[in-house]
Design a protein around this ligand. Structure first.
Ligand SMILES: Nc1ncnc2c1ncn2[C@@H]1O[C@H](COP(=O)(O)OP(=O)(O)OP(=O)(O)O)[C@@H](O)[C@H]1O
Ligand SMILES: [Mg+2]
Length: 281
């Protein structure tokens, strides 16, 4: 199953959740591939000493096989496709192509092999998806072409958010963009749910989580992910690593193991809920 992690809002913890959930799943024996699809390369930084992300850009621009991109991460069972800043050039090239298509006179559908929304999907199809239980895609904070590609290549999208009013507004906006993308290029995309990161102790946080639950119901994951200094430490210094490895006995590591259990349970039923928000119910 291929799952994208996104939000238009920057800094809400998309990468932190994607990396640490992937590592917690890998710890249970699941085989996970994390595709870093953000030219910032933050997921790559979490999981590798070196950044050899330029291969992804070369492969996207010149063609190639997914196997040539996969490297081992610091976490057993967790493979990685690193991303470097040159993938920004892919974003520009895809944007130019999408604009050219939008301004055509013809109504002829663009063939799948040439469609700019399916570049990543075509690349993922060059490898055996069943080699991994889950393929996670860490998206940049936007809804531009790289994210459209990630959504069009995914079975499900998970929105990572924080319990603040601003994040809620951006989550609503991101979701309506996801609906547009789904209608245009990803008809089978499932909304996998909302993971609320950095749930701090104050009353305002509880109220925000309640509002999210009111708006999105059971789409909101139950697992609590607190605000922990250890999460910042785990991605800095000399020994950075996913928190289940960096501080296996910490509260944060325990929370990620609980999140992993909930993720598996939800993924096993293909994130099915009633009503399905993406159908506009
Ligand atoms: N639960 C947490 N507790 C404490 N700090 C956290 C937590 N989650 C994330 N952070 C910190 O918040 C910062 C932003 O996190 P992260 O990079 O995951 O966000 P992002 O949404 O991926 O950002 P971007 O939009 O730039 O891709 C990082 O410094 C990270 O260490
Ligand atoms: Mg990120």
């Amino acid at each position: 199953m291929i799952v994208s992690f996104g939000n238009m809002k920057g800094g809400v913890g998309k990468t932190t959740v994607c990396v640490n959930l992937a590592a917690a799943l890998a710890e249970t024996g699941k085989r996970v591939l994390l595709l870093d699809f953000d030219p910032q390369g933050n997921a790559t930084h979490w999981l590798r000493e070196a950044n050899d992300g330029s291969r992804l850009h070369r492969c996207l621009s010149k063609g190639g096989q997914i196997y040539n991109l996969v490297v081992k991460s610091k976490v057993p069972n967790l493979d990685l496709i690193p991303c470097g800043e040159d993938v920004e050039a892919t974003e520009h090239a895809l944007t130019a192509l999408a604009m050219a298509i939008a301004s055509r006179d013809s109504d002829e559908p663009v063939p799948y092999e040439e469609h700019p929304a399916y570049l990543l999907r075509r690349l993922l199809q060059t490898g055996a998806e069943d080699q991994w239980d889950y393929i996670f895609i860490d998206c940049r904070p936007s809804i531009a072409q790289l994210v459209v590609n990630a959504l069009a290549a995914s079975d499900a999208v998970i929105i990572v958010t924080e319990p603040t009013g601003l994040s809620r507004t951006m989550t609503d906006k991101f979701l309506s963009k996801v609906v547009e993308v789904r209608e245009a290029v990803a008809p089978d995309l499932i909304l996998g749910g909302l993971i609320v990161n950095r749930q701090f102790a104050e009353r305002e946080c509880a109220a925000e989580k309640l509002r999210l639950t009111f708006d999105y119901g059971s789409l909101v994951f139950d697992a609590k992910i607190g605000d922990h200094m250890i999460m910042r430490r785990a991605s800095t210094g000399h020994k950075w690593n996913a928190v289940v490895r960096y501080a296996p006995k910490s509260e944060a590591a325990t929370e990620y193991r609980t999140l992993a259990e909930e993720f598996i349970e939800r993924a096993n039923r293909r994130f099915t809920f009633e009503p399905t928000f993406l159908d506009g119910d």
